[in-house]
Write a protein that binds this ligand. Sequence first.
Ligand code: PRX
Length: 664
Amino acid sequence: MSASNSAIESVLVENRVFPPSDAVAKAARISGMAGYEALCAEAEKDFEGFWARLARENLQWTKPFTRTLDESNAPFFQWFADGELNASANCLDRHIGTPAENKTAIIFEADDGTVTRITYKELLARVSQFANALKAHGVEKGDRVLIYMPMTIEGVIAMQACARIGATHSVVFGGFSAKAVHERVIDAGAVAIVTANYQMRGGKELPLKAIIDEALATGGCDTLRHVFVYERTATPCNMVAGRDKTFTQALAGQSTECAPVPVGAEHPLFILYTSGSTGKPKGVQHSTGGYLLWAKLTMDWTFDLRPDDIFWCTADIGWITGHTYVTYGPLAAGATQIIFEGIPTFPNAGRFWQMIERHKCSIFYTAPTAIRSLIKAAEGDASVHPARSDLSSLRILGSVGEPINPEAWMWYYKNVGGERCPIVDTFWQTETGGHVITPLPGATPLVPGSCTLPLPGITAAIVDEMGNDIPNGTGGILVIKRPWPSMIRTIWNDPQRFKKSYFPEELKGYYLAGDGAVRSADRGYFRITGRIDDVLNVSGHRMGTMEIESALVAKTDLVAEAAVVGRPDDVTGEAICAFVVLKRSRPTGEEAKQIANELRNWVAKEIGPIAKPKDIRFGDNLPKTRSGKIMRRLLRSIAKGEQITQDTSTLENPAILDQLSQAN
Ligand code: PRX
């Protein structure tokens, strides 16, 4: 990889292009743009034939499919529907009897630095044993199991064990609140929960099981029968007789062999809740066949995975990135991967770089937020700079979750990748299942800040509000015109919301991603400009503004009204800014600070600490039109600290703007 111009030093020049070096291109699975274009042409010529070929080549089917795509009930598309397979068998059993069976599947590094390695054969035995424990407790194909686990080998085992018996898992990020767990248990109708007594983060032991207890004590979880508790630490936790079992108890006497249960390709492998533009999170439902195909395929395409790679995706299994690029993709592809329990700043902000050196990581995949915070740390303290670690094992870098600003891209490229490693800036979403727009490391010339081009067969486009194509160089709405195998199948329990959210009538049946984007005039490269709905992206985590507003107004003794907007933030991408009207008089000074803190903690309890507003401002009321609509664009300007230049003549109460502009 080399800079095609000498502008590498300057972060202000916009048109830097980094084509793959000849050596990288030559060795890659998809080699050069000719390789990419050949696959695109194949998909265009015979769309279904293309996907059928890949599904046959990449997955092991217990019953071959005869039909590739069924569009008869669009937008409820079905892929490979009459085929049968098992996801866990495709991740584990397929490697048994091959040279990979004794290969390390997972290198686990705990928060305190302890390293555990597990081979594919051992992982299969442990997944099978836990699958048997689930079966022994009556968990069956089609049941839903909620997983609330720290980043551990056991978290992956729990997910794989569900897949093995055909149970649908729903992982809830360990930072979400008891209330969030409660809502998800009820919406999913979960019969069991898999959790841990505690989780270790940054040297601290944080409760997990206690949050499950609190969630279940709320009542209404009528479907729930069992709670399995992994003993992550030696500290005891409350156990409810008849309902709760430790892993040790549940696994006792269970065989390490368990035949995988074949399921139809459309069988729901998992439900993952994500934020939308209303207060209620959406249960995004994914399939088994199409999803797994994508997980495996993108390991090969986007990461150009080789047998000797050491792959590390830093995402938590509570997010889609952890599903596709920790639990399913790397295992389906037979990779050795690193799983890290802790946080990037413990015991110091050089942890990532030290771990890359320690484990000879060759493919490193993380979020721009992490990069930006580590840049800050490295600039302030040379001892945690990546230059202090030997990063020569790296060959590919990845970015995911939010737009990466060119400055952060350049720093990552130079200081982590040694100007040698391509950066794949992968655009995708919980709903897309895996990468949809991304560079290919041995093919695509890179432009900092651009996710470049759609994967072969992905018909991404930019359109106006009526679904008409927009010329390159002009911003518009990002859509995908044709279905693809790993797309969301429906919203659990809410097919109408699925149709309305993702396939609005005016968009000609295209999939609406919810992001704005623009294609460059010269290369047609995509650049994501951010969400076009009321969804914020804070540290790469999706948060609905309405969700946070609902949480605030749920504090009924204090809050009369609340409006939440995002504002740009150097480290977290976007920051949450809340404008609040209290039921009492408007507080100022110390009192305002104290109430703001109380509200922050309240939101942490209602949703989770990631949803805490950074900024809370109090007003006597909110800027509204005469018809009572809150004028959010004004609030966005105030949050950014901008002068209000917009027309405020329709405002009922213009004086409120000055009041809200004053920071508390
Ligand atoms: O706004 C886009 C942003 O993250 C959103 C999806 O969030 P989530 O479903 O939580 O999945 C995150 C991990 C895939 C998108 O709608 N986003 C994700 N990747 C990128 C991105 N924005 C710009 N560039 C990216 N590479």
